[in-house]
Design a protein around this ligand. Sequence first.
Ligand code: DCP
Ligand code: MG
Ligand code: MG
Length: 575
Amino acid sequence: MSNSANDQRVIIQTDIDFFYGQVEELENPALKSQPFGVQQKHIIVTCNYIARAKGVRKLQLLGDALKACPELFIVNGEDLARYRAASKGIFHLVRSLVTGQKVERLGLDELFIDVTDMMEAHLTELGWNGDPDSTTALEEVQTFRIPLNGQSFTYNPYNWIGFKIDSDGDRMSQSSQSQKRLSWQTIKLHAASHLAFYIRNQIKDRLGFTCSAGIATSKIFAKLAADVHKPNDQTLLCPDKYAAFLEPLHIRKIMGIGYKASRTLCKNLGLLKDEHQANEDDALDDVEEAAQEGEAWYLPELTVSYVHQHCTIQQFLKWFGDRQGPLLWDLIHGIDNSQVLPTPLIPSQISIEDSFRLCKTMADATARLHDLSIDFIQRLEVELRVKDEFVKYPTTLRLTTRNRGKNDDGTWRDSKGLRDTRISKSSRMPVDVFDISRSIPERADALVEQSLLPMLRNLVKEPFALTLLNIAAAHLSTKRPATSIQNLFAKGKSIEETSPTTTPPLQQPLKRKRSNEEVDYDDDTGFAPSDYESMVLLGDGDETWDTCSICGKAMFTWGMQAHRLYHEKETRNQE
Ligand code: DCP
Ligand code: MG
Ligand code: MG
């Protein structure tokens, strides 16, 4: 049916069960026996499976969750630091189990693991000659060695672990049924199911988390498979079943088909309900709005088979363009050649963002920057700090805003959409951010006052209509920046006198749903291509400069406040 069906790769996808909830349970085991949910803003972002059995859903409004389950215990999940630390621990562990380190993080609780090389090395040990179509008869007990840690496990190559979905249906592993000959492809997938089980057990035994896993020959099918038997189980999805498996699925289930693409399809196929037509431009990228809307417009009929029957490739090209159209068309047809892109242990850029319906005033923007900065510094700590020191120091700070466009008459457009504009400013990262002797809120305050607010004032003038703020850290160095900006300016030096650097070209921020969902690791080549249409990024040398009205010195805007303090102090000393 598709390239995926002929793909010789073996990919395991893991997804931690009620991830934030398990982090909470590990800290407070008493939670285990009762229904509980993790709250952020007005949303239950996740809940344990006891609560799910009582009708509570992920991403449900708190009020609705309590209606479904009045005895629901609520845990505050606003502080993401522990979730990020747990996520990093799981990633490091899994990465240490597989050769080639082909492990990609997706969100905080998912991993794609390309184990093709491991499986092929194992098959070769068993006597495989490299021909994918050949068959063999094997002993019922074989040994799989984990090359990196020297451990091994024995397994039956005629059997799988967990569930297997193929043309014979969806069924659990059965007691050994010896067959005379077996295709090597089948042995490979069976062995991979045992490896997936081993990885899941390691995650459970060493870190305490249960997860589900999917095994298939491409990323989309591995992810779909992981979702079939949740929680704490695994599914091997065989290529002969891909086409039939995909047909009845709602297109939103397919990784890579997002909110906007689904909505575009609905609209063009005339499926959007009247009450949702009005908001057709809305980029519903805030989870709160999504939960409120209940994704009601996702009409059940928008299945893969419906799209197969009603759409042509020409329409896809027209609706989604030459770049995205063919990619989406492939996905709808189960073709996914995308590679597992290994996530580096230390990210090369870290960015965090919040999107909202509207922010019109500096006061509101300042408050949002404060919240975001706390999150940002926590994130730097999780990713870059080992014990009492940072192992890498990002040297560039970037602030990005997204602004609503204006109508012809000068009023703000009343909907968010793709045509909204992103603009960015970069400056040197203030070293105070790394001063672990100060609390995170203190450092966040300093970051906002000294760096982010001056940058924001430079980017937008009131009245404005912001829908997003993004703070990014880039250009990591192993050298700790020498001087705190307070000290720097107390000595009356401007930045360029002390440590001149050039600003490397800006990279495009990845699109993400909201601040607490993203974990974006970027390889050294930079961010993935963005699908924002009207991105305005300022290139090299976009630091904002100001001239001091007292001494006339030119310096980066972000240092101006500290510089003024220096003058104030000097004046006081003279008095
Ligand atoms: N999350 C979030 N906001 C979102 C999506 C997810 O805060 N829009 C958080 C809460 C989840 C975690 O990310 O605990 C992982 O997301 P999953 O979709 O994998 O959900 P869970 O792991 O909670 O549950 P499941 O057992 O269904 O995987
Ligand atoms: Mg999960
Ligand atoms: Mg997940």
